[in-house]
Structures are given as structure tokens and as C-alpha cells.
Design a protein around this ligand. Structure first.
Ligand SMILES: NC(=O)c1ccc[n+]([C@@H]2O[C@H](COP(=O)([O-])OP(=O)(O)OC[C@H]3O[C@@H](n4cnc5c(N)ncnc54)[C@H](OP(=O)(O)O)[C@@H]3O)[C@@H](O)[C@H]2O)c1
Length: 300
């Protein structure tokens, strides 16, 4: 797969949620060696230092330079539980500086507000990101899990719109209205949890999943529509689901701790025909299913 970009973001990035620091170090290194140029982490994943080590090891051995690699990390906005204080402007800048330090970098390519649940401090957090971008410490600023209502607040306050919004997107949660809004506003769309319909998606003990048993069973069935479609294109179900996103110009962030799967997820050289793309439109079940704050409609 060649490394295409949406507008600002490389189309295929490595997701690192649920990776330990050691796993993030290994997979960052191996994925960059394999051709990935984008790594997605977050303060709350607690593995930014692993990403830093993997990146450093890769750059030491490669002709590529820091500026050839795209690193995304995210501000945890705070406020979910009492001890988790909502970050104000200063708290946001401090959090950013900590991520920068853990990543051992002097700038971040894309810095996102992880979710809109920072409520009345959301605009302060955004103003801090705008100023950090102006200072050159961040190339692109964005949000994650923000809906039309949250994005409209920025407009109402004469603030710049984000460069990107990272949202849960897969055939079971297609968010047509939000996608249309983002396209109209020229905001890059980054799809996460593309592999939700797979039976192997977060199926290990302790992995956070809100999938119902029925959803897991669809993935296991020999008649799963994705098995049938994948067979038609002679690819795996994972490749089919990832291509569905890339073909719509969504950037993707497949996560795997298995080097062979990581390689498979990067190999997307085929085209899904229009008829099948139309058929998938009928599979939308609506809301997000990974975590409650992953659903823009649930956060006021
Ligand atoms: N902004 C947000 O709120 C948010 C929320 C969720 C995720 N994200 C980002 O998006 C990334 C991706 O989302 P995700 O971690 O939910 O899941 P994902 O990439 O959709 O799927 C990962 C799951 O599928 C399995 N898998 C990966 N490749 C596979 C393959 N080729 N065949 C079969 N199974 C495969 C993985 O298991 P193994 O690891 O065992 O291979 C893991 O259980 C995250 O890592 C994170 O960077 C952001």
C-alpha cells in the first residue's frame, strides 16, 4: 500500500489503545519498518514513552527523519469522575507539555481533545490548542468524538475549526450526518475501531468492549456478511473493513499486537465495487458501541 494522505493525515496509522508500553515500543518500531508513517497514542493510554522508544529506534536505523513520521496524541480532558479534574487552559498546556516530554519530541503532528466531556471548559481547552499550534509546537489540532453540536460551539465563539475529528466509524456505526458536516467543513475524518464487527475485536479478558453477545455471534457465523464479502475480494475480513473506510477517504488506525496482523492491515490494494459499498450503507445500526463518550450524541 502506498502512503496516501487524507488532507493532512497519512491514511493508515497504527492504533495503540490497549497496548502496554513494551507492546507500543515493539509495534511502533515494526510498523514503521513495514511502511506505516502514522502512530496514534493518547495520554490516557499510558504508552507514549513506548511509542517514543520505538520511534527513536526506527529513526536510528533508517534514512528517514522525524518529519517523515506523523505522531498523534490526545489530551485527556478530565471531568469523568471527581478525582479527574477538568482541564482548563493552563491544565491543557501542562498536559500537552507532559505528552511532548514522554514522547521525547519537540513538536506533535496532531494533538486532539480526546472527547467533548470537558463540558464548560471545552472552549478553554480548544483555545489552548489554537495557541499551541500558533507557537509551532503542534502542526495540526483536532478533536475526537465531537459531534455537530460541539463543533458548532466553536463557530458560535468565532474559534477556528479543527483540522481533524477522530470518531468511531465502521459499517455498524456510519454517522452519515456527522460525516457530511465534517466534509462540508473540510475537517479530516479519522476512523477508529474499524474492526468492531470482527469476532476477534477486543475479545481477550480485560479488554474494554460494549459489544453485545449477538454482535459477537454475527462475527463468528460462517454467514457473516463480511466473511462473504472478504471471500469475494480474496482478502481478509479485517482488510475488507479497513478498505471500506480508506475508500471513503477516512484515515484508519488499526491496532494489533501481532506483527503479521499489523502487516496485513497495511495491505489494502484492492477496490470495493459501488454495489457492495451501497449494500454496506444498509448495515448501519446507528450509535457508537465502543465507549459511552465515543458517542457524540450522548455528551451535551
Ligand atoms: N479517540 C477515541 O476515543 C478512540 C477510541 C478507540 C480507539 N481509538 C484509536 O483507534 C485505534 C483502533 O481502534 P481499536 O483499538 O478499538 O480497534 P481496531 O483497530 O478496530 O481493532 C483491534 C482489535 O482487532 C484485533 N485485530 C487487529 N487486526 C486484526 C486482523 N487483521 N485480524 C483479526 N483481528 C485483528 C486486535 O487484536 P490483536 O491486538 O490481538 O491483534 C484487537 O482486538 C486504537 O488503538 C486507538 O489508537 C481511539
Amino acid at each position: 500500500m502506498d502512503n496516501t494522505y487524507t488532507q493532512n493525515v497519512p491514511s493508515v496509522g497504527l492504533g495503540t489503545y490497549n497496548m502496554t508500553s513494551e507492546e507500543a515500543e515493539l509495534l511502533t518500531y515494526e510498523s514503521l519498518k513495514h511502511g506505516y508513517r502514522h502512530i496514534d497514542t493518547a495520554a490516557v493510554y499510558k504508552n507514549e514513552n513506548g511509542v517514543a522508544k520505538g520511534l527513536e529506534k526506527f529513526l536510528d536505523k533508517s534514512d528517514l527523519k522525524r518529519e517523515n513520521i506523523f505522531i498523534t496524541t490526545k489530551l485527556w480532558p478530565g471531568g469523568l469522575v471527581k478525582v479527574d479534574r477538568i482541564k482548563d487552559y493552563t491544565g491543557t498546556v501542562k498536559s500537552f507539555e507532559k505528552s511532548l516530554m514522554r514522547l521525547n519530541l519537540d513538536y506533535i503532528d496532531l494533538y486532539l481533545i480526546h472527547s467533548p466531556h470537558g463540558k464548560n471548559k471545552r472552549l478553554d481547552q480548544w483555545r489552548a490548542l489554537v495557541d499551541l499550534k500558533d507557537s509551532g509546537k503542534i502542526k495540526y489540532i483536532g478533536v475526537s468524538n465531537w459531534g455537530v453540536n460541539h463543533l458548532s460551539e466553536l463557530k458560535d465563539n468565532n474559534l477556528p475549526m479543527p483540522d481533524a475529528n477522530q470518531i468511531e466509524l465502521h459499517p455498524w456505526s456510519q454517522k452519515h450526518e456527522l460525516v457530511k458536516f465534517l466534509r462540508n467543513e473540510n475537517i479530516d475524518i479519522i476512523a477508529y475501531s474499524s474492526l468492531v464487527p470482527l469476532s476477534t475485536w477486543r475479545h481477550k479478558d480485560g479488554e474494554n468492549s460494549k459489544k453485545t453477545d449477538e454482535m459477537y455471534e454475527i462475527g463468528l457465523s460462517e454467514n457473516s456478511p463480511f466473511k462473504i464479502l472478504a471471500n469475494k475480494y480474496n482478502v481478509t475480513e479485517a482488510q475488507f473493513l479497513l478498505k471500506w473506510a480508506v475508500q471513503q477517504n477516512f484515515a484508519i488506525l488499526p491496532k494489533s499486537i501481532d506483527v503479521n496482523r499489523m502487516k496485513e492491515n497495511f495491505n489494502l490494494d484492492f477496490i470495493i465495487d459501488n454495489q457492495d459499498m451501497e449494500y454496506i450503507k444498509t448495515m448501519d445500526k446507528g450509535n457508537s458501541i465502543t465507549w459511552e463518550y465515543g458517542d457524540p450524541l450522548q455528551v451535551k
